[in-house]
Design a binder for this molecule. Structure first.
Ligand code: AMP
Length: 283
């Protein structure tokens, strides 16, 4: 595995593979790698000649009062884990190269970016769409891999790829979870033991909602209410949002008549966690 920091070097390395007719698979991450990230790398490994992983804690997707500074970082461990998952090129760009002082361009996916996490974190998806566009232009992958853990992100990226006619296939993979259901996240490292126990309420409430829908509940508000009640029982938990929405448009659903995505953002202590579940409903 080669570690590459320069944009010119990554362009040459992936460009020559592409010219030779070899496929390039790309996994963008913010590092502090865990099994969720590794599952994406393994899928990329299985489907492509060259596997490129990026590590970049992207400043523009964090709000002014968010955790950019204290976001967990462990470069040495990430190098080991990425290598173990079969990565060929580990791209660790410098922030000043991605965002030079005269950088002035942003990518905005209107509508979808303003819902759910976008409503709580204004500018977040603009930062995501911008950095992913920049990385796609540097790596020029045939396929790029994203986790459904960040469901809204996958919807925003797919929209962007279609609207900008980008030549990349977006591959999405299921959320990897701890034994008790908690979705793996780099931010789980912020949780105390007590908070970690309380964090189960996210997946528990998603499971409860799925069960109610399978039992025949069709009122979106009933489902939202059940989730709020379950999470409300945890004294360390504070709800940011609870959503039952259309999986494509992310519009809230009042009467469930087809598949829905249930999405949550919940503060456990100071740590904001997200999770979601797509529930299949025969129309
Ligand atoms: P991040 O480093 O948090 O920006 O995540 C990088 C990629 O890994 C994104 O596509 C995430 O959706 C994905 N990812 C993060 N956590 C998980 C997880 N628990 N299961 C599957 N994919 C994940």
């Amino acid at each position: 595995m080669r570690v590459i920091e320069s944009i010119d070097d990554i362009k040459v390395a992936t460009g020559s593979a592409r010219c030779d007719g070899k496929t390039v698979g790309f996994v963008p991450t913010m590092g502090f790698l865990h099994e969720g990230h590794l599952s994406l790398m393994r899928a990329a490994r299985a489907e492509n000649y060259l596997v490129v992983v990026s590590l970049f804690v992207n400043p523009t997707q964090f709000g002014p009062n968010e955790d950019f500074e204290r976001y967990p970082r462990d470069r040495n461990q990430d190098v080991e884990l990425a290598m173990g998952a079969g990565t060929d090129l580990l791209f660790i760009p410098r922030a000043e190269d991605i965002y030079p002082p005269d950088d002035a361009t942003r990518v905005v996916v209107r509508g979808l970016s303003e819902k759910l996490c976008g409503a709580s974190r204004p500018g977040h998806f603009e930062g995501v769409a911008t950095v992913v566009t920049k990385l796609f232009n540097m790596v020029k992958p045939h396929r790029a891999y994203f986790g459904l853990k960040d469901y809204q992100q996958t919807v925003v990226i797919r929209r962007m790829v279609e609207d900008l006619h980008l030549d990349v296939d977006i591959v999405t993979l299921p959320t990897v979870r701890e034994a008790d259901g908690l979705a793996l996240s780099s931010r789980n490292s912020y949780l105390s033991d007590e908070e970690r126990r309380s964090a189960r309420c996210l997946k528990d409430s998603l499971d409860l909602a799925e069960r109610k829908i399978h039992e025949g509940e069709r009122q979106g508000d009933q489902i939202r209410g059940q989730i709020r009640d379950r999470i409300g029982r945890e004294k360390l938990a504070r709800i940011d949002y609870v959503s039952v929405s259309d999986p494509k448009t992310l519009d809230e659903v009042s009467q469930i008549s087809g598949d829905v995505v249930i999405s949550l953002a919940v503060y456990i202590g100071e740590t904001r966690l997200i999770d979601n579940l797509v529930v299949k409903v025969a129309a």
